[in-house]
Design a protein around this ligand. Structure first.
Ligand code: GLP
Length: 246
């Protein structure tokens, strides 16, 4: 595992944006898994900027997003699909058929999870999985629990997770769905390479637990330490806050 620290969130986004663009240029049919949340916002604007500037061709790229709220679809405000549309998809020439997304409004959610797993397998698996981390150590919507699920599944969201997602619902926790569909831990760990972005002091305890606390289902991101090719990218506020915990 490699850990890198950048002076600011913007520097981290610039470095990762450059790396992703380089990957797309070298491997035009790369399969990327993408996160939502506050953390990747700077990355997506950087990718949009570099794409505009350098005419990056995304026409062969495939993407799969990690998760989506149950009950929400692409047209719904607050949906992760909508977030991705405005932050990234509107700014690059990804083909519509190359955008993989869980449909939170699918009539049969179990079937939807199976469809998604199959779509990822049909694409040849995920080459690079980009992740954020929840303040409680979750990845995707794999919340701390006695047991974690391996495959794509419906998850019940913890209250702190709903609170941190209230941002996408005008700050109203009550409007944040109680359930979501998410890739499971095996899907995440089967990616060829994983990049975890961590920014801000609010993630210090979770990241510290990942790096020093051993592997536990109580910190789902700790399972990433089992993977042979993980890069963790932090900003200084997070690194400084972690130093005070040791
Ligand atoms: C959300 C998402 C995760 C994300 C995490 C951190 O609930 N499901 O995929 O990585 O929580 O979010 P943020 O970047 O806003 O801190």
């Amino acid at each position: 595992m490699t850990c890198e620290t950048y002076e600011s969130e913007a520097d981290l986004a610039a470095a990762l944006g450059r790396r992703v663009v380089g990957l797309i240029q070298r491997h035009p049919t790369i399969v990327l898994a993408l996160p939502t949340g506050r953390t990747p916002i700077a990355l997506y604007s950087e990718l949009a900027r570099l794409t505009r500037l350098e005419h990056v061709d995304w026409s062969g790229v495939r993407t799969f997003n990690l998760d989506e709220f149950v009950g929400l679809g692409g047209g719904d405000a607050g949906s992760y699909r909508r977030f991705m549309q405005t932050r990234l998809f509107d700014h690059v020439n990804l083909r519509a058929g190359h955008i993989g997304f869980l449909d939170g409004r699918a009539p049969d959610l179990e079937q939807e999870c199976t469809r998604y797993a199959r779509a990822i397998a049909d694409a040849g698996g995920i080459d690079v999985m980009i992740l954020g981390i929840g303040a409680n150590g979750h990845v995707g919507f794999n919340e701390p629990a006695d047991a974690l699920l391996a495959r794509t599944h419906k998850a019940t969201l913890d209250l702190p997770t709903r609170a941190s997602n209230a941002l996408w619902f005008d700050g109203e926790i009550a409007r944040v769905p109680r359930e979501a569909l998410t890739m499971g831990m095996a899907t995440i760990l089967q990616s060829h390479a994983i990049v975890l972005m961590g920014t801000g002091e609010s993630k210090a305890e979770a990241v510290n637990a990942v790096l020093t606390g051993g592997i536990t289902t109580r910190v789902p991101a700790s399972f990433l330490t089992l993977h042979p090719q993980v890069t963790m990218m932090f900003d200084e506020p997070l690194a400084d806050a972690m130093a005070t915990l040791r």
